[in-house]
Design a binder for this molecule. Structure first.
Ligand code: TXA
Ligand code: MG
Length: 306
């Protein structure tokens, strides 16, 4: 099968591949996922090996709006409020798991990450399969997440059975992860749903986290392109630096958007393009530390870490 014939917009075909133990590229509103049925151990194992991801980094279970989330996790009042407010959407809730959730999804942990994505094609798919679908971002471990079907094809090629093409991801950065356990709420990964959005609905705990890392996989270096990424607070200084580097004969690129939603939506794609054009240094301007800007800063800091 050629790479192009692997890309399809036929949801039923994607459902069939999943039901027969396959793994697929799946569009969501955040980034593309590498999907398998959560209860299919062999398929989930293939997701880990294809990504090159350690099996100790647990996966998010994606559910359709017609699937009963309570079969998968125990929701306290905070989790329920957040779910009612922001699902379907770019929010992942980390909650105590039920017996239904297999160990190979959570790495044996007693919690499970659950998300109901809003992308219409994926909603249709999830409701048709009627069970949990794991989907880490569809990139090789440690690399920039994909935001188009072509990115998935470029990264994973023949290793994926099918790629469902749902266009460019609207949000562009991974979902906000919020842990809700025994009345405590903690934001573990920033995303499109910002701190203010969470505080609007629930109270967030300020006591420090006892465990070193509750969400393994959030390493300092992550989301890294080949190009060196330098961070700037000032657009003027970043612009000047790009010019100076170019005068020195270096291939430099300015990464910046005044509109933060646009910045989030295009950031990963621009980092990929920078690599494919042989850019040596990306000068990225940090957006304000609010709303989705917190997530953009987080991902840029990880891309810049060496
Ligand atoms: O937007 C997203 O969330 C995308 C799309 C495809 O849905 N998915 C995604 O998955 O970003 P992934 O696997 O790249 O990131 C999931 C994060 C990891 O850092 C993982 O360690 C954490 O969630 N996680 C998942 N289950 C967990 C659990 N039971 N306990 C702690 N952390 C967990
Ligand atoms: Mg990822």
């Amino acid at each position: 099968m050629t790479q192009t014939s692997r890309i399809t917009s036929d949801v039923n075909r994607a459902v069939e591949v999943l039901n027969h133990g396959g793994i697929i590229g799946l569009p969501t509103e955040t980034v593309y996922g590498l999907a398998a049925l959560a209860e299919d151990r062999d398929a989930v194992t293939r997701v880990f090996t294809t990504k090159g991801r350690p099996t100790t980094h647990p996966l998010i279970v994606h559910l359709g709006t017609e699937v009963n989330v309570h079969d998968w996790g125990f929701f306290d009042a905070n989790a329920q409020l957040l779910a009612d407010t922001y699902w379907p959407g770019p929010l992942t809730l980390l909650v105590p798991r039920t017996a239904r959730v297999p160990d190979w999804v959570t790495g044996g942990r007693d919690t499970v990450a659950i998300r109901i994505p809003s992308h219409p094609m994926t909603q249709e798919l999830l409701n048709k399969v009627g069970t949990g679908v794991v989907a880490p971002s569809a990139n090789r471990f440690g690399k920039v997440s994909p935001t188009t079907a072509q990115h998935v094809a470029n990264d994973l090629g023949d290793d994926v059975d099918l790629i469902l093409d749902g266009g460019s991801c609207e949000v562009g950065v991974e979902s906000t992860i919020v842990e809700c356990i025994n009345g405590d709420v903690r934001i573990l990964r920033p995303g499109k749903i910002g701190i203010a959005d969470i505080l609007h609905v629930v109270t967030v705990s300020t006591t420090p986290d006892s465990e070193e890392s509750r969400a393994p996989g959030m390493l300092a270096s992550h989301y890294a392109p080949h190009a060196e990424v330098r961070l700037f607070d000032s657009l003027d200084i970043a612009t000047t630096t790009v010019s100076e580097l170019q005068i020195q004969g270096l291939r430099a690129y300015l990464l910046h958007h005044a509109n933060m939603d646009e910045y989030a939506a295009t950031m990963y794609s621009e980092l990929r393009d920078a690599d494919s054009h042989g850019i040596q240094i990306v000068c990225a301007v940090l957006p304000p530390d609010e709303g989705v800007g917190v997530a953009i800063r987080d991902r840029l800091q990880k891309a810049a870490y060496r």
